[in-house]
Design a protein around this ligand. Structure first.
Ligand SMILES: C[S@@+](CC[C@H](N)C(=O)[O-])C[C@H]1O[C@@H](n2cnc3c(N)ncnc32)[C@H](O)[C@@H]1O
Length: 246
């Protein structure tokens, strides 16, 4: 991936002077600042698709982030009420932080883990631009790394949230484009990795582990959840966590 002037030196990127140079050098994606805000963004230098950035204050998912709407989201229903004495949600698969922003808009403090360095940089940039406004007020980004090896804050947590990659079936061209780029950056987990991720989640002191799955997909790592909230295209599988009774 090419890295334009003004972009941070993210692992796995190489410096390029312009999108054209990236294209000529065969780079499938470039990372660089765009627009008036200088939002760190990702795009394909060979096509005109809208650059992808994370934005906690505006943007496409803005309408979902109004607190009264966020509270009606199925994910928020799956999380349930966060009682006193626990930290909020530990999102171990932050991705583009869309679900994290939604949870924050609904009032949960969310700590995010993301191992893909470019995605981690996009979230960090969005947090810096938001300056603690809107959903960003309740969001914390932990160090870039794998959930299995990072030292995670002790908790106890209300919930651990997992949304591992799964094959996309989005409808709009824009959704497909974002997901295509995400798929270029993040491989689908194999069985071992699914098991490893679920094991990590289940050893974190938390009341529950909530997992987003495509509606018809098998449960993560083949492990049946304690209960399920079904939506039209996705469902949320809920496991009792280590700290279920605390
Ligand atoms: C489908 S995306 C998550 C999308 C996210 N829920 C959102 O709303 O934007 C899955 C993400 O999990 C990350 N991931 C998968 N396994 C991980 C692990 N073990 N540790 C940290 N991040 C992980 C991937 O890099 C990818 O960015």
């Amino acid at each position: 991936m090419g890295r334009l002037p003004g972009a941070p030196a993210v692992a796995g990127t190489v410096p390029v002077v312009s999108p054209q140079a990236a294209r000529e050098g065969g780079q499938a994606l470039v990372l660089g600042p765009t627009g008036d805000s200088g939002a760190l963004s990702l795009w394909d230098p060979a096509d005109r698709a809208t650059p992808l950035s994370v934005d906690f204050l505006a943007g496409r998912q803005g309408y979902r982030l109004a607190a009264d709407r966020a509270r009606h989201e199925r994910l928020v229903k799956a999380l349930g009420r966060c009682r006193d004495g626990v930290q909020g949600v530990l999102d171990l698969t932050a991705g583009l932080a869309r679900d994290a922003a939604l949870m924050a808009a609904a009032g949960y403090p969310v700590s995010m883990v993301e191992r893909q360095p470019v995605l981690h940089a996009l979230i960090a940039d969005a947090l810096a631009r938001a300056q603690g406004q809107g959903a960003a007020a309740l969001l914390t980004l932990l160090d870039n790394g794998d959930a299995a090896t990072l030292t995670l804050p002790a908790g106890p947590w209300h919930a651990v949230y997992l949304d591992p990659m799964f094959p996309a079936r989005g409808k709009s061209a824009a959704v497909k484009q974002d997901l295509q780029w995400l798929q270029q950056l993040c491989p689908y987990p194999d069985d071992d990795e699914e098991r490893r991720l679920l094991d990590v989640a289940l050893t974190v002191p938390a009341r529950k582990v909530v997992i987003k799955r495509p509606r018809r997909a098998p449960p993560l790592a083949g492990r049946a959840p304690h209960h399920v909230l079904e939506g039209k295209t996705v469902r949320f599988d809920v496991h009792n966590g280590m700290a279920v009774n605390s």
